[in-house]
Design a protein around this ligand. Structure first.
Ligand code: ADP
Ligand code: MG
Length: 494
């Protein structure tokens, strides 16, 4: 069989047409509403207790800290009230020994000491004044705490650690409120700082975009398309009917009910784990089967940066190892009378290794418009150890890359459109509907946003209104975004 024919057949498996798209959106809205009504659904729809988003006129100085995997970041943000801000920051690596400390205090006192050092360096007057005469609590800095581990959030500045990930292992901290643990250590050092909010990175993206986006339109969705994918959006409080069940289980949380809004962390990576509507090629099936968490994060496994390279690798490998005369990466040009073709893939090629292809590879190929796909050729040689790939090989790789990348973007459109339509936002007013996005995939994959927009136009309930949807990059959710959540939280307290 000709290579082109076989490649087109495989690429067609990734097609996600208008009908699929519309079915996907309807199912997204169904799962979205189900998640607002009860606990333990596919879309978690977690209430964040953030009940308002900024419009760019906010002012003040706020602190933000971020405990991710490896580093601890401290920053202060000055909001100028005109969509702009300035930021100072410091970063330290968390010592290995503290990641596995015996007591929670060991880690959290280290974090508090970094905040102290930061204040001494960047806010020395404020720091000294408090140490000497004790400032009133009105003059305390409000701090947003981005804590990228699984927590069961039960208030805007209250969340119990469910389990550690990423190499951390401090038994004693499990089940404890991480904001409380940090506050105790801050108080022990007598710092003028109040832990005002526990922050999730998607919510940070939503807030950061809402502050920086032009005009006074507030942002509807914050979405991440990076290693993983997730989104947070502004929902009407009275639609979140499961609030009463949460209150019954965890006690009534104090939050501002006057806005009638609640930011929801959708955790949409697990949309449709049951595969009611998600596409499922043989490559998706195998990727999932051999992953550490089979059967979960099924949407994420078709959309985000961690997985697109691996989907491509599996499709390429299948074409290469095909028994039939499909000549991907096989030099057949010199061998008219020789039926066996010459293999030109190195034995230790990344093509044979799980996770061997990074999603940035797809961006390079998608972007290649050079003669005879010279750049793709070089990249195949360099990254996959394919020696002297033919132009036909390169065209084949590009066809598959395009199919996989475009499917990811169209699936992204399903989640975004689900929220836009499910919240009735386009009908509510004539204002633009604003979406903030972050992550290397949406930032660097050529045409990712264009494919999303093309899909929007094919979706019933959006169509020509695609023009009214504004998408903008919102970086620094854990700095600016966390500061803004601290601000919203403090306003509530005031
Ligand atoms: P994080 O998700 O940790 O915040 P990023 O937003 O940078 O970090 O996302 C990292 C993911 O993006 C990785 O899975 C990586 O494969 C992918 N990635 C990195 N560079 C690119 C690129 N140029 N094009 C597409 N994907 C990329
Ligand atoms: Mg990120």
């Amino acid at each position: 069989m000709a290579l082109t024919e076989e490649v087109n057949r495989v690429a067609a498996l990734f097609e996600y047409g208008p009908e699929d798209l519309n079915k996907g959106v309807k199912e997204y809205i169904r799962q979205m509403n189900e998640g607002l009504e009860k606990q333990g659904t596919m879309l978690s729809q977690i209430p964040t207790y953030v009940t308002n988003v900024p419009n760019g006129t906010e002012k003040g100085t706020y602190l933000a800290v971020d405990l991710g995997g490896t580093n601890f970041r401290v920053c202060s943000i000055v909001l100028h009230g005109n969509h702009t801000f300035s930021l100072q920051q410091s970063k330290v690596a968390v010592p290995r020994t503290l990641m596995e400390a015996k007591k929670a205090t060991d880690l959290f006192s280290f974090l508090a000491k970094q905040i102290e050092a930061f204040l001494k360096e960047h806010h020395s007057e404020h720091f000294e004044a408090h140490q000497q005469k004790g400032l009133g609590s009105k003059e305390f800095f409000d701090l947003g705490f981005t804590f990228s581990f699984p927590v069961n959030q039960i208030g805007i500045n209250k969340g119990k650690l469910m389990r550690w990930t990423k190499g951390f292992d401090i038994d004693e901290a499990i089940g404890q409120d991480v904001c409380g643990l940090l506050q105790v250590e801050i108080d022990a050092l007598n710092l003028p700082v109040r832990v005002a909010a526990l922050v999730n990175d998607t919510v940070g993206t939503l807030m950061a975009r809402s502050y920086t986006s032009p005009g006074t339109t507030k942002t509807l969705i914050g979405a991440i398309f990076g290693t993983g994918t997730n989104g947070a959006y502004v929902e009407k409080l009275d639609k979140v009917t499961k609030m009463k069940d949460i209150a019954a289980a965890e006690g009534e949380a104090s939050y501002d009910r006057s806005t009638g809004l609640m930011v929801i962390n959708s955790e949409w990576g697990s949309f449709d784990n049951a595969l009611n509507v998600l596409p499922n090629t043989p490559y998706d099936v195998d990727l999932d089967k051999e992953s550490v968490n089979p059967g979960i994060q099924m949407f994420e496994k078709r959309v985000s940066g961690m997985f697109l390279g691996e989907i491509l690798r599996r499709a390429l490998l299948a074409l290469y190892q095909n028994d039939e005369e499909v000549a991907l990466f096989k030099d057949t040009s010199s061998a008219d009378n020789d039926t066996s073709s010459t293999t030109t893939v190195a034995n230790d090629s990344a093509l044979y290794k799980q996770w061997g292809i990074d999603t940035s590879f797809l961006s390079i190929v998608e972007e290649d418009h050079s003669d005879h796909l010279r750049i793709t050729k070089q990249t195949l040689e360099l990254q996959l150890g394919v020696s002297a790939p033919s132009t036909e090989d390169c065209v084949a790789v590009k066809t598959l890359v395009h199919a996989i990348g475009k499917r990811a973007a169209r699936l992204s459109a399903v989640a975004l459109a689900g929220v836009v339509i499910g919240t009735d936002k386009l009908k509510e007013s004539d204002e633009p509907v604003d979406i903030g996005v972050d992550g290397s995939l949406v930032e660097y994959y050529p045409g990712f946003e264009d494919y999303i927009r093309e899909a929007f136009r094919e979706i019933e309930g959006i169509g020509a209104d695609e023009k009214r949807i504004r998408i903008g990059l919102a970086k620094d959710g854990s700095g600016l975004g966390a500061a803004l959540i601290a601000l919203v939280a403090a306003n509530k307290a005031a």
